[in-house]
Design a protein around this ligand. Structure first.
Ligand code: BGC
Length: 393
């Protein structure tokens, strides 16, 4: 993997100093550009200031567009702050929940739009053993570790480099996680590439290397509402998931280890159905999640290339999202814990079910489940996964 040496070193130095990586060498600002969104070729990403963290670190927002899709990304958390796509009449709207200011993201964000690491979803009791050594992680969700612990990758400042290559436009985001950060072994050098293609697809390529055996499971935590982020519930969106099985959980949302069949349960999304149809079925697993908050076992398994995972469609606007990944799992989280206490980008309050997440991943708690596909990364190996989001209307 060609991790950029300059930015890696800058990140490592910042990590060694005990602070979030600062934005160094993150490319230059461009007065004009931002890409075009008509599919006639990409423009250059544009960088603007987005605020300053308490420690003085400046945060930037990058704007880019291609093939009809417009994306705004923060150097803080690699957060997708806005993602606009057209409806069937060509009208753009922002379909990703988020905030208007950095302060709101820092104060309390349920991972809106963020990059998640080192480990997407939960590790039971925040503990695992690897090669005979026990590791205790940062615990931030009851007894468990969620989304990388208290200061996960969603709260780090990433080095950002813009690029245009052929008909693609994008950003490369770098973060170096120090050995022992949040309890994880190994220095993890992470590179995430966000690409907008000339077709308006948003592709996410994740890469990481380590200098000590570790576990890694990176994902993206966009909350989708294809009718627009401030338009209310997604219960009418139609969802299909290419999975015959899912991983049931205990009351703490840790997988029991079983791969249960979805047939005859609310978890059957093999054919498209409205998200809200079975949300109130009194199934014990729905009660545990207060809705859907589970990992679906994708029928295609781990694949060398991205294969179909899920399709989400808003019948009112026609906007459709297709997700393909080489990951074996998909966390479908129906926004159950949005509780009316947060005001979104559009100035409206977010309530339960106003957005949903489709997080491509390895299964939760895999480090404690030898029967699940492995999340172990060793020195000399490169972790690589890709998820492609395609849009149409
Ligand atoms: C998890 C939920 C969690 C949410 C945080 C999801 O990925 O599955 O259980 O509450 O992230 O916003």
């Amino acid at each position: 993997m060609e991790l950029n040496r300059r930015t890696v070193m800058a990140g490592a130095a910042a990590a060694a100093a005990g602070i979030a990586a600062t934005t160094v060498g993150g490319g230059t600002a461009h007065a004009t550009g931002g890409g075009n969104d008509r599919g006639t070729g990409p423009g250059k990403p544009v960088r603007t200031p987005f605020g300053t963290l308490a420690d003085g670190t400046k945060v930037h927002r990058w704007s880019l567009a291609n093939g009809g899709t417009r994306l705004k990304v923060l150097s803080y958390g690699g957060i997708v702050q806005s993602l606009e796509i057209p409806d069937r009449r060509g009208r753009h709207t922002n379909v990703s929940l988020g905030f208007g200011t950095l302060e709101e993201y820092v104060a309390s964000s349920p991972y809106f739009g963020a990059l998640i690491g080192r480990y997407g979803n939960r590790i039971g009791k925040g503990r695992f053993s690897l090669d005979g050594t026990a590791h205790q992680l940062s615990v931030n969700d009851g007894a468990n570790s969620l989304h990388g612990g208290a200061q996960g990758f969603d709260k780090r400042v990433w080095d950002v480099e813009p690029f245009t290559e052929g008909s693609d436009v994008g950003l490369r985001l770098y973060y170096v996680s120090a050995d022992g950060e949040m309890g994880y072994p190994g220095t993890l050098r992470t590179k995430v590439t966000y690409t907008l293609t000339r077709h308006g697809d948003w592709r996410v390529d994740y890469a990481a290397t380590t200098d000590r055996a570790t576990v890694v499971n990176l994902t993206s935590h966009v909350y989708w509402n294809l009718a627009g982020e401030s338009s209310g519930s997604v219960n009418d969106h139609e969802l299909s998931i290419a999975a015959t099985r899912y991983t049931p959980v205990d009351a703490g949302l840790i997988p029991t280890g079983e791969l249960a069949r979805v047939g005859g349960t609310p978890f059957d999304f093999r054919s498209a159905k409205p998200v809200g149809r079975d949300l109130r079925v009194a199934h014990p697993q729905v009660l545990y999640g207060q809705g859907f908050d589970h990992n679906w076992v994708l029928d295609k398994g781990v694949t060398a290339r991205p294969g179909p995972a899920a399709t989400l469609r808003d019948p009112s606007s026609g906007r459709t999202l297709r997700i393909a990944t080489n990951e074996p799992g998909l966390q479908f989280y129906s926004g159950n814990f949005l509780d009316g206490t947060l005001v979104g980008t559009g100035g409206r309050v977010y309530r339960q079910g106003d957005g949903l997440c489709l997080e491509t991943q390895h299964f939760p708690d895999s480090p404690n489940r030898p029967s699940f596909p492995s999340t172990v990364l060793r020195p000399g190996e490169t972790y690589r996964t890709t998820t492609v989001h395609s849009f149409d209307a």
